[in-house]
Every structure is written in structure tokens, then in C-alpha cells.
Design a binder for this molecule. Structure first.
Ligand code: THU
Length: 147
């Protein structure tokens, strides 16, 4: 299923279940494409937390927000910004891959080779990629040092 076995199966299942539960709150009256995301964060005290998000659409279409960014913005605003993985559940018959904007938003807070994106149809059928694989040669905070 995956070569990224630094994530335990128990954690994977928990993240996918959390994303699927968050998907229930999706507000997607326009696309009807419901998405949930579950972000795994650790704290300075080595505690871990799961922060979820769903897509929130808007009658003014571009004002809508993806599930992944909802989760990131919730997390950062609550004091969590050390992220290790995110699970995404969209359609149950296909893997939902994060859009380019969400990849860049995630990039701000993680080491791309050390952050796992779990794209799941269900608890046993998923694909895992690092953010480095999904967003190679990315532009990040380091690029602005010395400016
Ligand atoms: N969407 C997400 O929430 N995450 C993704 O990874 C892909 C797309 C949302 C945005 C919009 O509400 C709907 O899915 C259709 O694009």
C-alpha cells in the first residue's frame, strides 16, 4: 500500500476516519464534491493532536475554501503549526489530491520530504506521497531569508 511506513497503521486509520467524519460537515452546494481533511500535528511537549477541516464553498465561487486549508488555518489559529501528515477523503471511488494552492499553504509549515499526504478512498485503500513528491522544488520561507 505504501512505502512510507513511518506512520503506524493505527494512526493512518485514525486520520482517515477523522477526515471522513469532517467530510460530513462539508458545505459544497455548488460542486457537490464533499471533502474532509485531518491534519496531524505535534506540540513542543511531544503531544499530538488531530485538527480537521472540510471544504466551505461560497455563492461567490472563488471565496470558497478547500478542506486542507480549512484544517491548516484552524490549526495555526489554535497554536499548532508543526505538522507531520494530512489525510484527505473526497469521493469514495477516487483519491482526492490536494490542489496547488493547498500544497503551497502546507509547504509553509513543513519540511516537504518529511510530511505525508494520505489520499484515501477508505481506511484500507489509500495512496501516500510526501509533499516533496507533490510539490518538488518548492518555494518556501527559506527563500526569503537575506532579502
Ligand atoms: N476541494 C477540496 O476541498 N480539496 C481538494 O483537495 C480538492 C478540491 C474542494 C474545493 C471545492 O469545494 C470542491 O472540492 C470542488 O473543487
Amino acid at each position: 500500500m505504501s512505502e512510507h511506513m513511518s506512520l503506524s497503521n493505527e494512526l493512518l486509520v485514525k486520520l482517515i476516519e477523522s477526515a471522513d467524519t469532517a467530510r460530513n460537515n462539508s458545505y459544497a452546494p455548488y460542486s457537490k464534491f464533499r471533502v474532509g481533511a485531518a491534519l496531524y500535528a505535534v506540540t513542543d511537549k511531544d503531544e499530538s493532536v488531530i485538527i480537521t477541516g472540510c471544504n466551505v464553498e461560497n455563492a461567490s465561487y472563488p471565496a470558497g475554501n478547500c478542506a486542507e486549508r480549512t484544517a491548516v488555518f484552524k490549526a495555526v489559529s489554535e497554536g499548532y503549526n508543526n505538522f507531520k501528515a494530512i489525510a484527505i477523503v473526497g469521493g469514495y471511488d477516487s483519491y482526492t489530491s490536494p490542489c496547488g494552492i493547498c500544497r503551497q499553504v502546507l509547504r509553509e509549515f513543513v519540511a516537504p520530504g518529511d510530511f505525508y499526504v494520505i489520499m484515501a478512498k477508505n481506511k484500507t485503500d489509500y495512496v501516500i506521497k510526501t509533499l516533496e513528491e507533490l510539490l518538488p522544488m518548492s518555494f518556501g520561507p527559506d527563500n526569503l531569508t537575506g532579502v
